[in-house]
Design a protein around this ligand. Structure first.
Ligand SMILES: [Zn+2]
Length: 149
């Protein structure tokens, strides 16, 4: 670590302790040349984590979300960039969710996004995500769409 005072290339750690409830390490460093001291923090890079319905935790995988979106949109003509835009918004939500995002929440975000992109894709995705049990649910969704229109 370079010294911020004299730009010397070498400093030594004089103290190291956990900070931020153990989520980071605070280090006091001293410059070998000018002996000035300064502080650095070491933090874990945030990895988006997904809580599945069975309670297990898995890393967020953008490719899986994209797969779900594209499957719902199969054979549908949609504006260029709309899949990317939806994917970016889901990725941003996952990255901002601390400590984790649920798979249900991801599904809800995709569903909400598809609703604005293509209503057939929305219904296809809803039939998987919401695990429709019968025509009653489906009709209720259709009615909700018509109310929105
Ligand atoms: Zn220095």
């Amino acid at each position: 670590m370079q010294c911020p005072f004299c730009d010397a290339g070498d400093t030594r750690v004089v103290d190291s302790r956990p900070a931020d409830a153990g989520r980071s390490v605070r280090r006091r460093r001293e410059c070998i040349d000018c002996l000035q001291r300064f502080t650095t923090y070491e933090r874990m890079e945030h990895v988006p984590v997904v809580r599945k319905r069975d309670g297990s935790l898995v890393p967020f995988e953008s490719a899986k979300v994209r797969g779900g979106i594209e499957k719902a949109l199969a054979d549908r003509r949609v504006p260029a960039g709309s899949v990317e835009a939806l994917l970016r918004s889901v990725e941003a939500a996952a990255a901002a969710a601390i400590p984790e995002i649920s798979s249900d929440e991801i599904g809800r975000l995709v569903l909400e996004g598809l609703r604005h992109i293509d209503q057939v894709a929305y219904l296809r995705f809803a039939s998987v995500y919401k695990e429709f049990e019968g025509a009653v649910d489906f009709e209720r969704e259709m009615a909700a769409l018509e109310d929105d229109a």
